[in-house]
Write a protein that binds this ligand. Structure first.
Ligand code: 2AM
Ligand code: CA
Length: 263
């Protein structure tokens, strides 16, 4: 397998898709909801996923695609080469803000992350990594992350996990929020993973993420030495919704040991 060719191909496909998304703001955007009223999807999410599926199907017919909008393959395992795609991660931001969303793509070979991409479309910021070859922010090599104590850390967390919820005991999370330097919530798991990998925040946690939210970002995170696990401390399986945490190495342990109590 020539990963260099696939890497160049994927980068140019993502840039082309980003251009399509920016142009879409000049046309009418249809907004629907999926599982519930605030779970948004638009015709652009669907068009962009179809664009990837068509191109990859034409040029790499033996590769499989797992995409949020369901135009790819039905997968029961990650055998073979699988492109895990979120055409727009942060659809609510796409609809309400016209910024703060990303294209997220991870390319896996028999479940092993080989190439990871997060493209912050409106900022034209591109985060990418190849297994064993380091991670990059645009053309800049990202340094290996060192640990930060919680009291000096910025934590990416959605406020819904600080309120009573069905996944995690919220009192320890209140303590977590009080013990860190500050919190942020960007509304795109992919962007938060990119921000942890590039040192803009120090950890990100969520109780319910899908494979396409994290597949690209996990490969980038791994290359800079960030730890990515479920809240049980296991490797994410990337085949269904899971809890998720990414953090600088020592900070991951500190948060998991002191503040995470799953229900
Ligand atoms: P999306 O925009 O592609 O749906 C927002 O906090 C983050 O969580 C986004 O990355 C968003 O991805 C994701 N997200 C929102 N609702 C979700 C759900 N029901 N299941 C999994 N991920 C979700
Ligand atoms: Ca999405």
């Amino acid at each position: 397998m020539n990963w260099g060719i696939i890497d160049r191909y994927a980068k140019s496909l993502i840039k082309e898709a980003g251009h399509k998304i920016r142009v879409s703001f000049f046309s009418h955007i249809d907004i629907d909801s999926k599982a519930h009223a605030n779970d948004l999807v638009t015709n652009i999410d669907r068009d962009i996923e179809r664009f990837f599926v068509k191109r990859i199907g034409r040029d790499f017919p033996d590769h499989k695609i797992l995409g949020e909008e369901g135009y790819g393959s039905e997968l029961e395992s990650l055998k073979g080469i699988v492109w895990i795609l979120d055409p727009i991660d942060g659809t609510m931001n796409f609809v309400h803000q016209k910024r703060n969303f990303a294209i997220s793509l991870g390319i896996y070979a028999d479940g092993i992350g080989m190439l990871g991409y997060i493209y912050d479309v409106m900022r034209d910021d591109f985060y990418h990594a190849a297994k064993g070859e380091g991670a990059y922010f645009n053309d800049e090599r990202l340094p290996t992350l060192e640990t930060t104590p919680l009291r000096e850390a910025i934590i990416g967390i959605n406020a819904s996990w600080v309120a009573p919820n069905r996944y995690v005991e919220h009192e320890p999370i209140i303590e977590l929020v009080k013990s860190c330097r500050g919190t942020r919530s960007y509304g795109s798991a992919a962007i938060e993973l990119a921000y942890v990998s590039s040192g803009k925040i120090d950890a990100y946690l969520s109780m319910r993420l899908s494979p396409w939210d994290i597949a690209g970002g996990m490969i980038i995170a791994q290359e800079v030495g960030a730890l990515t696990t479920t809240m049980k401390g296991e490797k994410p399986r990337l085949l269904g919704q899971e809890t998720f945490i990414v953090a600088r190495p020592g900070l991951h342990k500190e948060i998991m040991e002191k503040y995470i109590c799953l229900k």
